[in-house]
Design a protein. Structure first.
Length: 132
């Protein structure tokens, strides 16, 4: 299986996994963007800006992909806790610990709603046939 995830910059984090407001764009970002990241070969805990709305976990032998489509999310969290037998891909609306990092709330993705106003977020998980 390979993971394809539309990511922007990787948020660097400190020893407590909190954002440092420093960013990088490296090999992991590129592997995710082009769909060459093999989750079972890596230990990962990473937080990215989202540059797209659809994650794909591809089985190239069967030409199938699990697709996770989102609307309204600004970030992706990737995690397997050092266990390479699974991968968690989590869309997030705001930065980790957004209320305490050195950024404006709007830049960190915090949404504020007046009384009685609503906001909607959408996720959809499905299986697609792929042409590889």
């Amino acid at each position: 299986y390979v993971l394809q995830l539309p990511v922007g910059r990787l948020h660097k984090r400190d020893q407590h996994y909190l954002p440092t407001c420093e960013y990088e764009d490296g090999e992991l970002n590129e592997m995710l963007r082009i769909g060459t990241f093999v989750p079972c070969e890596h230990t990962v805990s990473a937080f990215f800006e989202a540059s797209g709305k659809t994650m794909r976990l591809l089985d190239r032998q069967k030409s199938l992909a699990i697709c996770y489509k989102t609307e309204g999310f600004r970030y992706w969290m990737l995690y397997n806790g050092g266990n390479q037998s699974f991968i968690t891909v989590e869309p997030q609306t705001c930065a980790i610990d957004a209320f305490h990092i050195d950024q404006s709330y709007s830049r960190a993705g915090v949404k504020s709603l007046p009384p009685y106003q609503t906001i909607s977020f959408v996720t959809e998980i499905g299986l697609e046939k792929t042409v590889l």
